[in-house]
Design a binder for this molecule. Structure first.
Ligand code: IPE
Ligand code: IPE
Ligand code: MG
Length: 238
């Protein structure tokens, strides 16, 4: 409850700024996404050394379908390529991979790869990497409410038992702890529909660096700053 001296157990990152990174170099936006994907590996690998057990990354939002068909298709191709290339490496590095978001709008080949990677890495426990893909906080809460309503209809759930401890069991993140620290790169100070329920008491860091320039040194610096924050969770610290 007082000043935390420890590392954040769960860090969530809004990886933003790929497009601007490419634009600054007069390159197509997809080049920025490729450069950004390379950073993910470095940041995941830095987690054990920083005592970060859970890392959640925002890869594609429910609103990102509004982008051009070329960009969306390029991103989907990049996700498939990344999963194919990194699967073995993630397994060997003790990373347990999970995905959150609505899978129903994603290509079946991509969903198969996501399912397979979750299964392949299910026994790992060094770092828990969660990738938010076609994820939106509002969509997640609405889907949770829908599932909960079905359980009530089936007589499996008593509406009286619904509270802020039972409701999150219906969220995509039900097995994860809440994030302690949310980082957004690229200078934008907004959360863009990311982990709305889960971030109620998260600390926020808005960093000017564009995601493709976000190194493990910067990550270590930001995680280090977390230790100096006083978290009160609504109480008064003596
Ligand atoms: C974040 O970078 C990656 C995704 C949203 C997929 P952007 O593509 O949003 O980059 P900017 O914000 O346009 O620079
Ligand atoms: C948030 O970034 C989504 C991801 C990082 C995947 P956006 O670039 O889509 O968010 P806005 O449009 O600036 O709010
Ligand atoms: Mg952006």
């Amino acid at each position: 409850m007082s000043r935390s001296t420890t590392s954040p157990n769960h860090v969530a990152i809004i990886m933003d700024g790929n497009g601007r990174w490419a634009q600054m170099r007069n390159r197509p936006r997809l080049i920025g996404h490729h450069a950004g994907a390379k950073r993910v590996k470095e940041i995941v690998e830095a987690c054990p050394g920083l005592s970060v057990k859970y890392l959640t990354i925002f890869a594609f939002s429910t609103e990102n379908w509004k982008r051009t068909q070329t960009e969306v298709a390029g991103l989907m191709k990049l996700f498939k390529r990344y999963l194919r290339r990194e699967a073995q490496n993630l397994l060997n590095n003790g990373v347990r991979v999970r995905f959150i978001g609505d899978r129903t709008r994603l290509e079946p080949t991509l969903v198969d790869m996501m399912d397979n990677l979750e299964l392949l890495t299910a026994d790992n426990d060094l770092v828990h990497l969660t990738v938010a893909l076609n994820y939106g906080g509002r969509d997640e809460v609405a889907r949770a409410a829908r599932r909960l309503a079905y359980d009530v209809q089936l007589g499996k759930l008593d509406p009286k038992s619904i509270n802020d401890e039972t409701f999150p069991k219906y969220l995509d993140t039900h097995v994860l702890p809440d994030p302690d620290l949310v980082i957004r790169t690229s200078g934008e100070a907004r959360i863009s529909n990311f982990l709305l329920w889960q971030s109620a008491y998260a600390e926020y860091e808005f960093i000017d660096t564009l995601w493709p320039d976000f190194t493990d040194e910067i990550f270590a610096e930001v995680v280090g700053r977390f230790g100096a924050r006083e978290r009160r969770f609504g109480a008064v610290v003596a």
